[in-house]
Every structure is written in structure tokens, then in C-alpha cells.
Design a protein around this ligand. Structure first.
Ligand SMILES: CC(C)=CCC/C(C)=C/CC/C(C)=C/CC/C(C)=C/COP(=O)(O)OP(=O)(O)O
Ligand SMILES: O=P(O)(O)OC[C@@H](O)CO
Ligand SMILES: [Mg+2]
Length: 256
């Protein structure tokens, strides 16, 4: 559906009920049957949305089928595209992302120009997303030709996050890369939180963290540092039975 409806719902949920968790499913790795199971588990575990996407090798058919399967969970399904053709009319929305620290204009603005008419035709809500790749970066960092922000430079991550919010990103996403050996450092999350709040965006922007979060301790650290949203993908694929403890660790103590 065009417009801003899901984004507004997510912001409202964050304001009233606390932090949010998104479960990422990559259609290149996970077929529809398994995607349906993961999404059902995610819903049970208290996850708030399913992201569907991957950097490499995702076909239209796979995306469509995985999105449809994920929808059976009742959770909203948001595309997380690795390129402008990763679209599906069955999704609720698309993370309309610009990679702030890419060196390649395709990932900064061209994919968005090519993807915009697809989102319009397919009736997908576009969620303005400022995507910032930190440290390891994984396949997303490599494919998007990012200059990853060093783990030990939290102030640089924070300046990207502030600019991302000032440029209109409603999701400001600090990404360590799927399967990262170390998640985004809590110091980088905290420094980003501080600047986003100082600029008056608290409650309007979802500071989102993902990549390499595998333990309740890491989830809790992201929460305490001020993340609004935690994304986990690998954990949901490999150990879905552990999703509930991660979601609980991230959400405990919410809404603050
Ligand atoms: C806005 C539109 C329509 C398109 C945007 C296209 C852009 C700018 C994409 C951003 C860069 C990118 C490659 C993002 C991919 C993010 C993603 C879905 C990561 C999921 O993890 P994988 O990178 O697939 O990890 P694995 O290697 O573990 O499979
Ligand atoms: O697979 P993980 O390491 O949970 O990463 C999730 C997500 O942030 C990747 O885009
Ligand atoms: Mg992938």
C-alpha cells in the first residue's frame, strides 16, 4: 500500500510499547516452507516484522514465494533489497535505502531512481532508510562498495547517523554485516543515539542495529546503548529456537 502507514504504525508501537525486533529471511538461503516456519516462530517470539532480502542471487520468484510464506505469520513483511529489482507486490513495504558510505552512485541514488517506479507500480510503501555499514560489513558492505566505518571510530558512525536522519531517513540502520564476527559496537550506537536525540528526532526515527548479534548479552548491550530496533537474520535461520531469548533480552526494560 502506498503512503506511510506501516512506518507510522511501527513508530507508534515504538513510542507506546517499547523497542522493536525484526527477523531477516534471505530467499537465497531459505525456501518458502522454511520461511513460513521461521516467520511463525518470529511472531511467537515477539518479533515485530519480517524483512525479506539478500545481497546476492535473489530471484523474483523466490522473493514472491518467501514473502507470501512470511505473511502467513500475520507479521508485516518488509523488503530489504540488495538491488532495485528485488521487489514483490505481496510485501507491505520496502526499506527504501541509500547506502550513506558507499563509493558507488548506484547504491546512493541510482538504485532508488530505478526502484521508485517499481515500488509505485507494486503498491509498496517506501520507508526512507539511511543505511550505514560498520566494521566487517559482510556481503552487503562488499557488494555496495562501502567504505566501512572502523569499529573503533564511534564518532564517525554517529555523524553518519545524524546526517542520515537529517537527510530524511526514518530508519537509520547501523549494519555490521550479516554474520559479522562482532556486532556494531555499543559505543557507536550510543553516540548515534545522542546526536539523533540532540537534533530532535527521538520518536521520529528508528535507530536500527543489525549484523552479528547472536547472544542475549549483545542484544541487551544494543538496547542499553539506545537502539530502537534490532535485526537478526543468521540466528533466525540457524537457531530459531533461540529467537525468543534474544527478543526478550532486547525488549526488556522497554519502552524507554
Ligand atoms: C531502494 C531500492 C529499490 C534498492 C536499494 C538497493 C540498495 C541501495 C541496496 C543496498 C545495499 C545492499 C547490497 C544491501 C543488502 C542488504 C541485505 C539484504 C543484507 C542481507 O544479508 P546478506 O548480505 O544477503 O548476507 P549473507 O551473506 O549472510 O547472505
Ligand atoms: O544475519 P545477522 O548477522 O543477524 O545480520 C542481520 C542483518 O543486519 C544483516 O543485514
Ligand atoms: Mg544473503
Amino acid at each position: 500500500m502506498a503512503g506511510r502507514r506501516l512506518l507510522e504504525k511501527l513508530l507508534e508501537k515504538r513510542r507506546s510499547s517499547g523497542r522493536l525486533h525484526f527477523t531477516l529471511i534471505d530467499p537465497d538461503k531459505t525456501g518458502p516452507a522454511e520461511a513460513g516456519e521461521i516467520a511463525a516462530r518470529a511472531a511467537e517470539a515477539g518479533s515485530d516484522a519480517v524483512l525479506v532480502g539478500g545481497s546476492i542471487g535473489v530471484t523474483f520468484e523466490e522473493t514472491d514465494e518467501v514473502v507470501k510464506a512470511a505473511k502467513t505469520s500475520g507479521l508485516p513483511v518488509i523488503l530489504f533489497p540488495g538491488g532495485h529489482t528485488n521487489a514483490s507486490r505481496h510485501a507491505d513495504a520496502v526499506l527504501f535505502l541509500t547506502v550513506l558510505n558507499s563509493d558507488n552512485p548506484y547504491y546512493i541514488v541510482q538504485a532508488q531512481i530505478l526502484g521508485a517506479p517499481l515500488a509505485l507500480k507494486l503498491g509498496l510503501e517506501a520507508i526512507p532508510t539511511s543505511y550505514i555499514i560498520v566494521g566487517y560489513g559482510g556481503a552487503a558492505g562488499f557488494v555496495a562498495r562501502a567504505r566501512p566505518i572502523p569499529y573503533e571510530k564511534p564518532e564517525l558512525a554517529a555523524l553518519h547517523a545524524l546526517a542520515g536522519a537529517m537527510m530524511g531517513g526514518r530508519i537509520v540502520y547501523l549494519e555490521a554485516g550479516s554474520g559479522a564476527p562482532k556486532p556494531v559496537p555499543p559505543e557507536a550506537v550510543a553516540a548515534s543515539r545522542k546526536l539523533i536525540d540532540a537534533a530532535g528526532y527521538r520518536g521520529e526515527v528508528l535507530l536500527t542495529v543489525g549484523g552479528g548479534v547472536r547472544t542475549p548479552e549483545a542484544a541487551r548491550a544494543a538496547a542499553e546503548a539506545g537502539a530502537d530496533v534490532l535485526v537478526t537474520g543468521t540466528l533466525a535461520e540457524e537457531n530459531p529456537e533461540r529467537l525468543a531469548e534474544i527478543v526478550k533480552a532486547f525488549k526488556s526494560g522497554s519502552p524507554t
